[in-house]
Design a protein around this ligand. Structure first.
Ligand SMILES: *Cc1c(COP(=O)(O)O)cnc(C)c1O
Length: 433
C-alpha cells in the first residue's frame, strides 16, 4: 500500500464516496488515449470517459497544446467589462452548431451551474416582464446536478433526503416509458393548462444518471411544442448528451421542435478543464435588454469564460468536427449494435439499449435498480481487476467510451462482459460476488 493512499485518506473527501468502508482509491499517474495507468503500472481502459467527459482520449496532445499556449498568453481575466478572442470564438462556434434558434452564450463552471443559470434565466425572464409564473416541470429520474437548484429539478431520493426541506417545489411527471406515454402526456397537458408553469427541464431522449434510460423522442417533441405554445421555456440539459454522445452533435438534433435553452458541459472541453455553458434564444435575452439596471442577469463566477478553458474547448471542437471523429462515432455505434444482439441472447440480460456511442443493459438480478443495489459494489472491482473502468448504476451496466476507442479495445470489453455474464452464476454461488 502506497504512502500516497494513506495521505489521500487523511486529507481528501472524495465525491459520492462514503468516508468509511470503501475500497482504497487507485493512484493514477498518467493517462493516454483510452488508457489510465496506475502508480504500479497497471493499465485500465476508461470505458466511461471518466464520468462521461473525456471524448477524445486522455492527455490529447492538441488539447494539452491549446492549454499551454493560452496559459503563456492570457491565463485569466475578469469577464465583466473585459472579453477575449477565445471566448468570442467559442461562443460563435457553439451558436453555429446548436439549433438556429440559439442566440446567446452564457459561460459558467460545470454542468450543475449550467443548469442553475438556465433555471434562474427562465425565472427572471418572467420576473422582468412582471409575469407570475413560478412552476417548473421535470421528469422523474432526472439528474441535473448537485447544487440546490439542480437538485430541486432532479429525482428526489436518498441522495437528496437531507436537503429536501430546502428544495423548491417542482411538478414531476412520470418517466415516459412506452406503457406510460399516454398517461404522461395527459398529466403534462393538465399541468400546462394551469398557466403557472415557467419552464420544462429535461435530459433530451436519454436520462443519464437514472441508468441510461431512453424514451420517446416523438413524445418529447409533442411536449416541447405544447409547452412553447404556452410560453413555457423548454430547457434541454445536454450536459451528458452534447458533443456527439448520441450520434449527432446534440440529442436535440433528433427533435423537430428545438428547446429554448441548452445546458452544456462534460464533453465541451474534451474533458480537459471544467466549464459550463447555457445558451438561450433571442426572445429570452430580449427580456433582459433594458435601460432598467434591475433587469440585469446578476449571475457570475470568478472563472467565468476562463481563457484557457475556452481555448481547450475550441481545440476540442476542432477535433469533434472532423470526419474522422464522426466516422469513429458511427463505428462505435455499429459495434455496440452487434454486441447488443449478442447480449440479447443472454438470459441474465434485459432491456438492452444503444443510442449513439452509449450502450446499456440491465442485469436480471431479481433485485431492484437502485443505486444502492449490491451488484454495483461487486461489478466495479471485478472489471477493474480485468483492467476496465466500468461504473454500473445499480444493476445497469453501461459503456460510454472516448470516441477514439479502438475496435480491439471494444472487443476486449465486450468479451470481458460476456465472460462475466457466463461466470455470474458460479460467482454468486461461490460468494465471489
Ligand atoms: C453530470 C450531469 C450534470 C451535472 O454536471 P456537473 O459538471 O457534474 O455538475 C447535469 N446534468 C446532466 C444531464 C449530467 O449528466
Amino acid at each position: 500500500m502506497s504512502d500516497w493512499v494513506d495521505r489521500d485518506e487523511r486529507s481528501i473527501w472524495h465525491p459520492f464516496t462514503p468516508l468509511k468502508g470503501m475500497d482504497q482509491p487507485l493512484v493514477i499517474d498518467r493517462a493516454e488515449g483510452v488508457n489510465l495507468y496506475t502508480q504500479s503500472g497497471k493499465k485500465i481502459i476508461d470505458a466511461i470517459s471518466s464520468w462521461w467527459v473525456n471524448i477524445h482520449g486522455h492527455s490529447h496532445p492538441k488539447l494539452a497544446e491549446a492549454i499551454a499556449q493560452q496559459a503563456h498568453q492570457l491565463e485569466h481575466v475578469i469577464f465583466a467589462g473585459f472579453t477575449h478572442k477565445p471566448a468570442i470564438e467559442l461562443a460563435e462556434r457553439l451558436l453555429q452548431i446548436l439549433p438556429d434558434n440559439q442566440a446567446k452564450v452564457f459561460y459558467s463552471d460545470n454542468g450543475s451551474t449550467a443548469v442553475e443559470v438556465a433555471i434562474k434565466m427562465a425565472f427572471q425572464y418572467f420576473y422582468n416582464q412582471g409575469i407570475e409564473k413560478k412552476k417548473i416541470i421535470a421528469i422523474d429520474g432526472a439528474y441535473h446536478g448537485d447544487t440546490f437548484g439542480a437538485m430541486s429539478v432532479g429525482e428526489r431520493g436518498p441522495f437528496t433526503d437531507p436537503f429536501d426541506p430546502y428544495l423548491f417545489d417542482v411538478e414531476f411527471i412520470d418517466f415516459p416509458s412506452p406503457e406510460k406515454e399516454a398517461d404522461v402526456w395527459q398529466h403534462f397537458e393538465s399541468l400546462v393548462a394551469k398557466g403557472d408553469v415557467a419552464a420544462f427541464v429535461f435530459e433530451p431522449v436519454i436520462q443519464g444518471a437514472s441508468g441510461m434510460r431512453v424514451y420517446s423522442k416523438s413524445l418529447l417533441d409533442r411536449m416541447i411544442n405544447l409547452a412553447q405554445s404556452q410560453d413555457i421555456i423548454c430547457i434541454a440539459d445536454e450536459v451528458m448528451t452534447g458533443f456527439g454522445r448520441t450520434g449527432g452533435l446534440f440529442a436535440s438534433d433528433l427533435l423537430d421542435h428545438k428547446p429554448d435553452v441548452f445546458c452544456l458541459s462534460k464533453g465541451l472541453t474534451g474533458g480537459a478543464l471544467a466549464m459550463g455553458v447555457t445558451t438561450c434564444t433571442d426572445k429570452i435575452q430580449e427580456a433582459y435588454r433594458s435601460n432598467d439596471l434591475m433587469k440585469t442577469f446578476f449571475h457570475g463566477h470568478s472563472f467565468t469564460g476562463n481563457p484557457m478553458t475556452c481555448a481547450v474547448a475550441n481545440a476540442s471542437l476542432d477535433l469533434l468536427l472532423t470526419d474522422e471523429c464522426e466516422l469513429n462515432r458511427q463505428r462505435i455505434n455499429d459495434r455496440h449494435r452487434e454486441f447488443e444482439s449478442e447480449l440479447n441472447e443472454h438470459q441474465l440480460v434485459r432491456n438492452t439499449r444503444v443510442l449513439g456511442t452509449i450502450i446499456a443493459f440491465e442485469l436480471n438480478t431479481e433485485r431492484d435498480t437502485s443505486y444502492f443495489n449490491e451488484a454495483r459494489h461487486h461489478l466495479y472491482p471485478y472489471f477493474i481487476d480485468k483492467g476496465i473502468l466500468i461504473r454500473p448504476l445499480g444493476n445497469v451496466i453501461y459503456l460510454i467510451p472516448p470516441y477514439i476507442i479502438s475496435d480491439e479495445d471494444l472487443s476486449f470489453i465486450y468479451t470481458s462482459i460476456l465472460n462475466f455474464l457466463n461466470e455470474y452464476p458460479s460467482l454468486i454461488k461461490n460468494q465471489k460476488l
